[in-house]
Design a protein around this ligand. Structure first.
Ligand code: 8VR
Length: 470
């Protein structure tokens, strides 16, 4: 098999999307608890108050993970469950939940992979300025140290942040996520504080003596120019610069890409560095990089287009940028429909070759850094036929992407694990509960009863054959 022995066949979730118990046992509010309660903020007014109640049902869910044969489970810790106001007083009931979850996983020989930040910032810290305030970066390092102390004896795989491009991009540029700001200069400074928080948390991890690995999780989004016209090629290169180089270089090279940095400095005088920041970034390179791959974007120049930030949240195929509503930024670039593309109901192009190409591009730019595919999956409304969830499209999607990873490994990439998004159907931030990703179906009409999908039984065989049988 192309896959090395010990390859971690896993699956992923995130706290706000799966746990529920949003006020249980002393948990404090996060910015998502507040934001999702705002009228009109999310599709159909959905939120994570209950989600799929993993907080109370985690033992049943871990038993299903064990039955699936998962070698590893990627989940995130809800910071406000441990530190209700973001810092200071520890909520021992929150510690106990994650400690029990970790013990349950280890009982079944399932390797935990923790994500410290998957977008649910304690609301109290947002009220102090959130990621725009340097004090939030300091609070993050204290939170990380708490997690190292309490879970570091049992957890060996850690990542600090999930997808800065999403929580900073939507939080501070499109405004679609909390704190719903639309200001690129503020976005760049907030993003800088995230990198500083990450680097300081890496330093603390290494000082903690934990025998483990710490990394960062980013979106891997390949860009293809719509034509070979110079302006389209330039627009696609700019998209690569922003979505990839700006977000990967600081954690894998320890510095920003020089050209873009000069641009943001001349345009907005950001990022503003504090003394020591440059060394902090340079001296705390990741042990691995997590890549979340879903789709490829076709890119064109956008000289006149208004900035369009529409996305398809309804799952009505073709109502996203395929319908001519192009996502882009005036004068920079825009994502356009690929006339030959295959698309999901949410207008994401299915393009497995992009995963092979993307992995090899990361290897080319950053060297032999170990890679985990920390998310990959098909968001779909799964058909139910005679009571069975027949998610053939998901099986096809995952099969193609596993083959794409095998290709990258055969071309020399050091890929060590694969975590399909998501283990179980859960809340899709702005798309409600109808955008399903899981191997396990959750019946919201039957008290959140769990049901194995067709893909559950298919993935079992992928795992037992170490990727051979797919
Ligand atoms: C927007 C949405 C979704 O729920 O559809 O995309 C799929 C998956 O993407 C990931 O980047 C996020 O970490 C995860 O929370 C999911 O979020």
């Amino acid at each position: 098999s192309a896959f090395p022995d010990g390859f971690l066949w896993g699956a992923a979730t995130a706290a706000y999307q799966v746990e529920g118990g949003y006020q249980a046992d002393g948990k404090g509010p996060s910015i998502w608890d507040e934001f999702a309660h705002r009228p009109g903020a999310t599709y159909q007014g959905t939120n994570g108050d209950v989600a799929v109640d993993h907080y109370h049902r985690f033992r049943e869910d871990v038993a299903l993970m064990a039955e699936l044969g998962m070698k590893s489970y990627r989940f995130s810790i809800a910071w406000p469950r441990l530190l209700p106001t973001g810092r200071g007083e520890v909520n021992e009931a929150g510690i106990a939940f994650y400690s029990d979850l970790i013990d349950e996983l280890l009982k079944h020989q399932i390797e935990p992979m923790i994500t410290l930040y998957h977008w649910d910032l304690p609301l109290a810290l947002q009220q102090e300025g959130g990621w725009e305030a340097r004090t939030t970066a300091d609070a993050f390092v204290d939170y990380a140290r708490l997690c190292y102390q309490r879970f570091g004896d049992r957890v060996k795989l850690w990542s600090t942040f999930n997808e800065t491009v999403v929580f900073i991009g939507h939080g501070y540029i499109t405004g679609a996520h909390p704190p719903a700001v639309q200001d690129p200069a503020r976005a760049v400074q907030a993003c800088h504080h995230v990198f500083v928080a990450h680097a300081a948390a890496v330093a603390a991890f290494r000082q903690s003596g934990i025998s483990g690995q710490i990394g960062f999780v980013n979106v891997l989004q390949p860009h293809t120019p719509r034509s070979n016209a110079p302006e389209d090629v330039a627009a696609s290169a700019l998209a690569d610069g922003i979505y990839t180089h700006w977000l990967y270089d600081p954690v894998l090279k320890g510095e920003y890409p020089a050209e873009l940095l000069a641009k943001t400095q001349s345009l907005w005088g950001v990022p503003r560095f504090a003394p020591g920041d440059a060394d902090l970034l340079r001296n705390n390179i990741c042990d691995f990089i997590g890549l979340n791959f879903y789709k490829r974007e076709m890119v064109a120049a956008n000289p006149h287009g208004d900035t369009q930030l529409t996305a398809n949240h309804s799952g009505t195929r073709g109502s996203g940028h395929q319908a001519g509503k192009e996502f882009g930024f005036k004068g920079l670039f825009k994502f356009v429909r690929n006339p030959d593309g295959v698309y999901t109901d949410w207008d994401w192009e299915i393009y497995p070759q992009g995963l092979t190409d993307g992995i090899l591009a990361i290897k080319a730019r950053y060297g032999d850094v170990p890679i985990y595919i920390t998310e990959n999956g098909l968001g779909a409304k799964d058909p139910i036929i005679d009571g069975e969830v027949v998610d053939d499209d998901r099986i096809d999607y995952l099969r193609q992407h596993i083959a794409a990873i095998a290709d990258a490994i055969e071309q020399g990439a050091d890929v060590r694990g694969y975590y399909p998004w998501s283990f179980i159907d859960l809340l899709s931030w702005l798309n409600g509960y109808q955008k399903q990703y899981g191997f396990v179906y959750v019946d919201h009409a039957r008290a959140l009863a769990r049901q194995r999908k067709k893909s559950f039984f298919w993935y079992q065989k992928v795992i037992t054959s170490n990727g051979e049988q797919r």
